[in-house]
Design a protein around this ligand. Structure first.
Ligand code: FES
Ligand code: FE2
Length: 336
């Protein structure tokens, strides 16, 4: 075996590899983000939440249509979460200025004409898969994350898993981190990834895996941006659909939601019970992955540092995450 003579060996560089700048540096991902569960806000209600590096309100008009808007009134900055929904408008508690579903101030209780530029940031808003979503931008330029099956054919459960002290990309890099999947979660890749397609906004691929407690499954995986990943396959003889999505919060944290789903049960005896049991198995599995990772995720100082051969897909994912486009058009309107 060839060895270097001591005098020939140059010292290894004592610098670590590249950071991925945290969300908020150069803006936030130009993506759809899950804001809250659909059940968190009812018709005629308003709630306040953190989002990116600021504050937003989520409210539904009496008709039930959801809106996600910057939190602070354009008069003196009162938080609209303590305001009130009146019909299809949100009314500020301080002097009763009212805003419509597009964020435009349309009425001042004192009778004045509202300033034309008294507008909230109105995030493009959608409701699907048990969540209310907002796009970071004026107009969405990517698809809302979804499953290949229409939502009305699915039995699904969405839940808030955990708020984490890391960016979403670190959570979702797991799906391409095959060393980690094996040694921490006991999940083994069988063969190589198949049908891999990658663009600057997302990726798809298929893989065969052996999962403890579930068995061997073939999954088709689709990632939208760096904050959402969907897995579809057949588990225990039944089509299953899972999605994990993250929302950036102030302080470089992320709120993680999971959606677990299967095809709606038929009237066959035991089918409804089987579907419910399978969803619970998936929920427990997803929660277990997050819990097993928590000690590492809560204390790591991420760098894209030295890589081994089995990291080739992980390296590809990290490059994708580093180059994902960012911006922040709502910056000043949501800032505290
Ligand atoms: S601060 Fe909202 S109406 Fe005055
Ligand atoms: Fe993990």
């Amino acid at each position: 075996m060839a060895t270097l003579a001591k005098s020939d060996a140059s010292p290894a560089p004592r610098t670590r590899g590249l950071k991925i700048p945290p969300q908020g540096v150069g803006g936030f991902d130009r993506s759809w983000f899950p804001i809250c569960l659909s059940t968190d806000v009812g018709p005629g209600e308003v709630i306040g939440r953190e989002f990116m590096d600021g504050q937003i309100v989520i409210w539904r008009g009496e008709s039930g249509t959801p809106h996600v808007q910057s939190a602070f009134c354009r008069h003196l900055g009162a938080h609209l979460k303590v305001g009130e929904v009146v019909g299809e408008h949100i009314r500020c508690a301080f002097h009763h200025w009212s805003y419509d579903g597009k964020g435009q101030c349309i009425k001042i209780a004192a009778g004045d004409t509202p300033p034309r530029d008294a507008t909230l940031f109105d995030f493009p808003t959608r409701e699907s898969l048990g969540l209310i979503w907002a796009f970071n931008g004026d107009e969405p330029d990517v698809e809302l994350p979804h499953f290949s099956a229409p939502e009305d054919t699915l039995l699904l459960k969405a839940h808030h898993v955990k708020d984490m002290n890391i960016d979403s990309y670190m959570v979702f890099s797991n799906s391409m981190d095959f060393q980690h999947l094996k040694v921490v979660h006991g999940v083994e890749l069988i063969g190589d990834l198949e049908d891999l397609e990658i663009t600057d906004r997302g990726m798809t691929y298929s893989q065969n895996m052996k999962i403890p407690g579930i068995g061997t499954v073939r999954q088709t995986i689709r990632a939208w941006g760096t904050n959402s990943i969907a897995l579809e396959g057949v588990t225990m003889g039944r089509k299953t659909f899972q999605m994990s999505v993250g929302c950036p919060l102030p302080g470089n944290r992320a709120r993680i939601f999971n959606i677990d789903s299967t095809v709606k049960p038929t009237d066959a005896p035991g089918d409804a019970q089987m579907a419910e049991q399978l969803i619970q198995i998936m929920i427990d599995f997803g929660d277990r992955l997050i819990a097993e990772d928590a000690p590492v995720h809560d204390s790591m100082s991420f760098r894209h540092d030295r890589m081994a051969e089995s990291d080739k897909y992980l390296a590809m994912y990290l490059r994708f995450a580093r180059l994902y486009p960012r911006h922040h058009p709502a910056a000043d309107l949501i800032a505290v």
